[in-house]
Ligand binder design. Structure first.
Ligand SMILES: C[S@@+](CC[C@H](N)C(=O)[O-])C[C@H]1O[C@@H](n2cnc3c(N)ncnc32)[C@H](O)[C@@H]1O
Length: 228
């Protein structure tokens, strides 16, 4: 079930975007957070600066800064071509143009790259690849994953999604996944079957609106609570 890294773009978002994507309250931010598939987001750096406790994991953290830059440079132009071609599938409100989108991603990327050496040393960035995580059972209060699961349903199977979610539920007492849409803008076909399977195993599963929408209709997260 390994993932071809080249197929998943390490695009990253900011703290402000994470707060809205996952509807993170002030109390949520006080919890011990795992950001799964954290990629080149500036979330970890910004949270750490504010004194919060967070670990991000992603397979790209095994690579050097120059290898990450090379991978991102190779994949960014494809992302922006695809966004440009599908402009109507997005809401250009806070982000007003594909150029501004690229600038925001590059800002998060630069902040992430500056922070990576110190973050690796402090154990805030951990190399890990779902569906197996190198963390203890119940180690985190909240596990987040943005723009990886559901987003990449064209290359990640239903079986992979279930295994990944169960693993996140093993290491955290609550899991939130955003968005529920694929890059095409359609709802992932795995949302409902995975939700049913988790419910049948005793987890409480909800789809919940969030105050963030960039892909049209992409304003919901999946929230899974692990039974006590
Ligand atoms: C689009 S980025 C998302 C970054 C961040 N979560 C955000 O929303 O800003 C997707 C990330 O998934 C990571 N990834 C790919 N395969 C993975 C796996 N099997 N387990 C965890 N992360 C993976 C990629 O390296 C990439 O950084």
């Amino acid at each position: 079930m390994s993932v071809k890294l080249r197929n998943v773009v390490p695009w990253g978002h900011s703290l402000d975007e994470y707060i809205r994507m996952f509807d993170l309250s002030a109390a949520d931010r006080q919890r011990l957070i795992l950001d799964c598939a954290g990629g080149a987001a500036s979330f970890n750096l910004e949270m750490t600066r504010l004194g919060y406790k967070i670990i991000s994991c992603d397979p790209i953290y095994q690579f050097s800064t120059s290898e990450i830059i090379q991978h991102i440079e190779e994949s960014y132009s494809n992302v922006f071509k695809s966004v440009q071609a599908n402009r109507d599938g997005y809401i250009w409100r806070e982000t007003q143009s594909p150029t501004q989108l690229e600038e925001a991603g590059m800002t998060a990327l630069r902040q992430f790259l500056d922070d990576l050496p110190a973050g690796l040393q402090q154990g805030r960035y951990v190399t890990a690849q779902l569906p197996v995580l190198p963390f203890n059972t119940g180690q985190f209060d909240l596990a987040l994953s943005g723009h990886f699961l559901f987003t990449n349903s064209d290359i990640l199977s239903q079986e992979f999604h279930l295994a990944a979610l169960l693993e996140m539920c093993r290491v955290a007492t609550e899991v939130r996944i955003f968005p529920l849409l694929m890059l095409s803008g359609e709802v992932s076909p795995w949302v409902e079957p995975v939700k049913k399977e988790l419910e049948s195993r005793g987890y409480k599963v909800e789809t919940q609106p969030v105050p963030y929408e960039f892909q049209k209709g992409g304003d919901q997260m999946l929230r899974v609570s692990v039974p006590g």
